[in-house]
Design a protein around this ligand. Structure first.
Ligand code: TMP
Ligand code: MG
Ligand code: ZN
Length: 195
């Protein structure tokens, strides 16, 4: 294994459909090819799914461990990460701000571990996710990805929630895909009106 000289926190951010998870897996795969022991965490947001393997595009499988997202996250992630050189976290925006995910991951960085995290930039109301904001300030390196606007094809930096062809702003935390959400550019994004 190529020795890790210094730890680092790499954050991959952007709207939905910008390829964050693919990039995360690509980066983890590079590390695995360098012979580094790699582990991936996913948030416990949907209790129907237990631990699973995520298979990268090139067919490499790695265990994805379902982590608590509340104050229990710290102990859980520290414990499970023991003996691993590289730690991936997908959908980090879902960790409760009270979990202080950024502090915990920085602790691991100071232990010379490489951390790769993907996190949604904004919610459907164009508001920050607190956990993402904190991760971005803690990051050593940031990849900002864009999607393609579903309306006009420009680079999309925001995510719009759609129901019956109308822009909606209800239920800000709501797991889903292109059945509910689409990427939009600044011109096409419909803003939430604060009453
Ligand atoms: P993704 O970034 O990997 O595409 O996944 C984003 C997840 O976050 C997806 O399950 C939908 C969910 N989501 C929310 O819960 N609230 C939001 O405001 C947005 C934009 C997405
Ligand atoms: Mg994803
Ligand atoms: Zn557009």
């Amino acid at each position: 294994m190529r020795k890790i000289d210094t730890g680092k926190l790499v954050v991959i951010t952007g709207p939905m459909f910008s390829g964050k998870t693919s990039r995360l897996l690509e980066l983890l795969e590079r590390e695995m090819r360098a012979g580094r022991k790699t582990i991936l965490f996913k948030p416990e947001i949907d209790k129907r799914y237990s631990n699973a393997h995520v298979v990268t595009h090139k067919g490499i499988a790695l265990p994805a461990i379902i982590s608590p997202i509340d104050s229990k996250a710290r102990k859980f992630i520290l414990e499970k990460s023991k003996g691993f050189d590289v730690i991936g976290v997908d959908e980090a925006q879902f960790w409760d701000p009270k979990s202080n995910l950024h502090n915990l991951l920085e602790e691991l960085v100071f232990l010379k571990k490489l951390i790769y995290v993907s996190a949604l930039n904004k919610n459907i109301k164009n508001e920050a996710f607190e956990t993402t904001s904190k991760l971005l300030s803690s990051a050593d390196e940031i990849y900002t990805l864009t999607s393609v606007c579903a309306k006009c094809g420009n680079d999309a930096t925001l995510t719009q929630k759609i129901r019956n062809n109308k822009e909606v702003f209800k239920k800000v935390i709501d797991v889903g895909g292109n059945d509910k959400y689409e990427p939009r550019c600044r011109n096409c994004y419909v803003q939430y009106r604060h009453k």
